[in-house]
Ligand binder design. Structure first.
Ligand SMILES: Cc1cc2nc3c(=O)[nH]c(=O)nc-3n(C[C@H](O)[C@H](O)[C@H](O)COP(=O)(O)OP(=O)(O)OC[C@H]3O[C@@H](n4cnc5c(N)ncnc54)[C@H](O)[C@@H]3O)c2cc1C
Length: 817
């Protein structure tokens, strides 16, 4: 494994790296400090200062706090004396919150839809769970929550030959044993469950299956994973002492970190190359502070969307972090700040759900009868809205738009881009249970996962070359050689083509990358001097008059109970999320404050000036180019599987949320994809070592043969060598080109890739200066793909035979066989 440098300390990282360096100047805005004489009195103000309608509490529109994009270093806390709250805003933090009765409680959170209980189309997931509750015991329920089918094996289990006969009686027993071991570990995730422990509680007739089930669960990361003290240490060494090769991992997000930990345990040497100066990728916690307040704001992945079976819940338990359930209460407010009438609210919600229901029925018919036709979910919903005359009244329309914004948030996409046929293809697998926050932000588990791993920060991978002999990964002027590479970069990065694959990725994979959607969600995180919105809710929503801006600050998350301070996060979804990135952060925060003041002032609650604010720019982030994946029109769940497929005969693997068909767009989806690929790499390496024992002699001979020919090339320049066709001097006659990579890393050996090119092209390449320029011409201008020894075409192989023959004749037939 190439490792010429020592990994950097992640603490060097830029804490605000969510947008690219080329951000607009105004995104660095830090507003001028308020004069020190306006420093607020933190002690209890007079009670009348918060009485409803007291004009003295009317909030000011001055905005005098540090506001920044999340890339902006200047968003670091400003010294206390410079960030002061205006004297006129000195109010007592209202307890316990809005005095008016709020609108009724509703489930409004990052769920894809809320219509599961409506007639006609019950959620498969719910039905599945309900049926199960009747039929199977608690251990089976745990297994299902983790993703196992009720009474059959997973593909992974079949691949792993966990039972001699699929579908036989032994399979049923195996499932019981597997579920039992799984449930046993899940009941106490702080301990390392040994095979002996697993055996203890298994009935004697099942003991024969324990080995198989225990090994499967261990190797696939279903048990004994995570960051608890009893788990962490044994995971940092090979479980069976066997060394299985080197893996270069691109990206230290959740997928990369999980894969790295599991691969080390499975006996691989790993190196993680990360473009940013920190681990976590799209999980990024920003410490905000000033004026005596501080809070941890999750600017990317934040909510654990369903706690049942969620591996992140396991990490929280291991770290002793109590989860905070996101409460279902979500009052909605009109643009003028008045609470939405509860009767209208309920009516529109029911109508919205019925519209979705109708679209579901329509697509069922379309899928059965027409098969491949797809339209945008937005188009279908709007058509039904018109037909059924839903939400004609302006207030109802705004409410409906709010629900659409909520869907655009869940999918990080505009309704006009979302596939009607497959947008919710992952619903059957949805993790059950509450949505939760982890106190202190998700960085806590990222740090724990990144600890002790060989991560090289600020190594932006530019190209990945692969062949039968291994892989070469180029990052920041360095090359890293491995047996395999695991690429976990976001779909946005793959779409952008920031990483060059040599040879190019197969067409079907490139098509899937193009088809699948990668959308945008942004956030404004604001730290206030105190919580003025009350402690009894975690979310509230705001309606917009302009349908095209329905996603702008449509939902607020209160993080007061978990972030360590009075923190509000406003979400920007849909079209508004795109426009948001063009707006100055100062303007954005001003708009948020206007909304908050419209809601809270009439209640007699003054909205203080913020202490600090951060605006994300995920669309401009060079290491993401967006927020998370969605099923675009013309795409389907199968594209997630295509993205997950390995290429190069088991040399290049892919993980990340956009490779997880069951749990896309989530933190746990990323986590599980890392585990999946670690197991995949392990399986391929094991197979390769078995078959290579047989083939070793053949392959070595073949490679030696070819290398012998190249010992006397017809032309050589830099790392390039060429063998001409001995039977023709024609300028268009074919020649065999060999490019040697890693020649200067003698101790690691080098990688040879080949291509069939014309003699003319070979001579042109010889006239170009430097290997880098030659490669550029070869790949970009000539479109030539380099392949490994095994990938040589028949034409190339026959040329090799001709050259061998010619040389053999020249030397009297003795030198080359
Ligand atoms: C605003 C926002 C809100 C979200 N909210 C939630 C939520 O509430 N709940 C939830 O479950 N999920 C949420 N998600 C999604 C969740 O954060 C992601 O699905 C998950 O973190 C993705 O992890 P990953 O490992 O697949 O990718 P990433 O975390 O993006 O990791 C990929 C890594 O590759 C690195 N990289 C990229 N290009 C290169 C290169 N060329 N060379 C080297 N390194 C490179 C990146 O820097 C990154 O560290 C949210 C995401 C966003 C952006």
């Amino acid at each position: 494994m190439e490792a010429t440098d020592t990994p950097q300390d992640p603490s060097d990282s830029n804490p605000n790296d969510v947008i690219s360096d080329d951000s607009l100047p105004e995104t660095d805005a830090t507003l001028s400090p308020i004069p020190p004489e306006n420093h607020p009195n933190d002690s209890q103000p007079s009670p009348e200062s918060q009485s409803p309608g007291n004009p003295s509490t009317a909030p000011q529109t001055t905005l005098e706090a540090p506001i920044s994009d999340s890339l902006d270093e200047s968003s670091e806390p400003v010294p206390e004396e410079t960030v002061d709250e205006p004297a006129q805003n000195r109010v007592n933090p209202p307890e316990p919150g809005p005095t008016e009765p709020g609108p009724p409680a509703r489930k409004r959170r990052r769920r894809k839809k809320f219509f599961t209980e409506l007639n006609g189309n019950p959620s498969v997931a719910k039905g599945r769970r309900a049926d199960l509750a009747k039929e199977v015991d608690i251990e089976a329920l745990i297994a299902v929550s983790v993703g196992f089918p009720v009474d059959s094996l997973t593909e992974e289990e079949i691949e792993a030959n966990v039972v001699p006969t699929v579908g036989g009686s032994e399979q049923a027993n195996y499932i019981v044993v597997r579920n039992h071991i799984l449930a046993r570990w899940r009941s106490n995730v702080s301990v390392w469950l040994t095979r002996e422990h697993a055996l203890e509680s298994i009935r004697s007739e099942h003991k024969g299956l324990v080995d198989s089930a225990y090994r499967f669960l261990l190797e696939h990361g279903y048990i004994n994973f995570g960051v608890g003290p009893a788990i962490k240490e044994p995971k940092l060494r090979s479980f069976d002492g066997v060394e299985r090769g080197n893996v270069v991992i691109v990206g230290a997000g959740l997928a990369g970190l999980m894969a790295a930990r599991q691969l080390v345990f499975l006996g691989f040497k790993v190196v993680v190359l990360e473009g940013r100066a920190r681990p976590g990728g799209r999980v990024k916690t920003k410490k905000m502070m000033g004026d005596g307040a501080e809070a941890a704001a999750d600017l990317g992945g934040s909510v654990l969307t369903g706690i049942n079976g969620n591996p992140l819940g396991v990490l929280a338990r291991q770290l002793g972090l109590p989860l905070h359930k996101v409460r279902d209460i979500c009052p909605l407010y009109l643009p003028d700040g008045k609470a939405v009438d509860s009767e209208i609210d309920s009516r529109v919600e029911v109508s919205f759900n019925k519209l979705l229901d109708r679209v579901c029925k329509l697509r069922q018919t379309m899928i059965e009868e027409v098969k491949s036709v797809d339209v945008a979910l937005g188009t279908a919903l709007e058509a039904f809205r018109r037909v059924y005359g839903v939400a004609k009244d302006p207030q109802e329309r705004m409410l409906l738009d709010w629900h659409l914004a909520n869907l655009e948030y869940a999918n990080a996409s505009l309704m006009s881009n979302l596939s009607m046929a497959y947008w919710d293809q992952d619903d059957p697998y949805e993790m059950g249970g509450d949505h939760c926050f982890i106190p202190g932000g998700n960085e806590t588990f990222i740090r724990a996962l990144a600890e002790d791993l060989p991560i090289f920060y600020e190594r932006t991978v530019e190209s990945i070359r692969y062949g039968t002999d291994g892989v070469l990964v180029y990052a920041g002027g360095q090359e890293f050689r491995g047996d395999m590479v695991l690429c976990t970069v976001p779909l946005g990065v793959l779409k952008k083509g920031s990483i060059e694959f040599v040879p190019e990725l197969p067409q079907r994979k490139r098509d899937a990358i193009q088809r699948l959607g990668f959308g945008l969600l942004n956030k404004v995180a604001i730290l206030f001097p105190y919580n003025f919105w009350g402690g009894d809710i975690d979310t509230f929503g705001h309606l917009s008059e302009d349908p095209s801006m329905r996603g702008e600050f449509f939902l607020f998350y209160s993080y007061s109970s978990v972030s360590g301070g009075p923190l509000l996060v406003a979400l920007v979804a849909g079209d508004a999320a795109i426009r948001f990135e063009l707006m100055s952060p100062v303007e954005s925060v001003r708009r948020v404050l206007d909304i908050l003041r419209a809601i809270f002032n009439p209640k007699g609650i003054a909205v203080p000036d913020p202490i600090q604010a951060v605006c994300t720019r995920w669309g401009k982030d060079n290491f993401a180019y967006g927020s998370y994946s969605y099923v675009a029109v013309g795409s389907s769940g199968d594209d997630y599987d295509l993205l997950a497929e390995s290429v190069g005969d088991g040399r290049v693997f892919f993980a990340g949320e956009a490779t997880n068909k069951q749990y896309p767009a989530t933190m746990h989806g990323a986590f599980l994809s890392g585990m999946r690929e670690a197991a995949n790499i392990f399986r391929v390496a094991r197979r390769r070592s078995l078959s290579s024992a047989d083939k070793l002699n053949d392959v070595t001979e073949e490679v030696d043969d070819l290398n012998k020919l190249f010992d006397a090339p017809d032309s050589t320049f830099g790392s390039f060598s060429v063998l001409f066709d001995p039977g023709s001097n024609d300028i268009e006659a074919k020649s065999l080109l060999r490019v040697k990579f890693g020649v200067d890393k003698v101790e690691l050996g080098c990688l040879c890739l080949y291509a069939l090119i014309s003699r003319k092209r070979a001579m042109e390449l010889g006239g170009i200066d430097g290997d880098g320029n030659r490669m550029k011409v070869l790949n970009q201008e000539s479109g030539v793909c380099l392949v490994g020894r095994k990938g040589l075409s028949d034409a190339a192989k026959s040329l090799v035979t001709c050259i061998k023959l010619a040389r053999s004749n020249q030397s009297g037939g003795n030198q080359v066989q």
